[in-house]
Design a protein around this ligand. Sequence first.
Ligand code: CA
Length: 235
Amino acid sequence: MKIKDKVLIVEDEQSISNFISMILTTNGYDTIVVRSGEEALTMISSHCPDLILLDLGLPDMDGMEVLRSVRKWSNLPVVVVSARHHEQDKVDALDCGADDYLVKPFGTSELLARIRAAIRHTRTTLPSGQIAQSGKFISGDLTIDYDKHQVLIGGENAKLTVNEYKIVALLGKYAGKVMTYDFIIRELWGPKARTDNQILRVNMANIRRKIEENPGQPQYIFTEVGVGYRMREGD
Ligand code: CA
């Protein structure tokens, strides 16, 4: 029998934690529910969950403090689930090491997809800064061939430039997760890069012309307005 993944739900509103817990239990996860930041930190060290769903508005501390504290010693996947919907809140959480950010209210399938992506990514991750990986990423008609440094659409070479390829390769490596503009720029052009988002946008427009059937309604790379980009999950 498959060992169930254990999800720690950090949420002070009981109706929400009950709802999330029910969804996860019926979809094959074990859950633990805590209502404060202090309890969360105790549980994390004593119960080693496989993933944390973290509310930001907690009674005793801000969820961001929990996130910072966890990131000092662990790469455990953390998905922030919050009513705070401003772009800056998302950017701050992602830059602080959250794996993903879900705004309340959210759909069941979206919650499950983000959890799957965060857990899978943590299990397959390479040391940071390493875009090069071998093998293939496949999602629908899109294939990233990491050995040949090519992106194929329906088996045809999409003829991306080197920079375009690097962007797609990076997003493919983190498929299903939103990557902030800053993260992408740092990974591709180094920590001191003074590049602004404009160059990314231009590259993305060109990438979409080459890989999307309808660049205005992308199927592979989605924009999280003001935050970054997300590659569709692999097959
Ligand atoms: Ca709350």
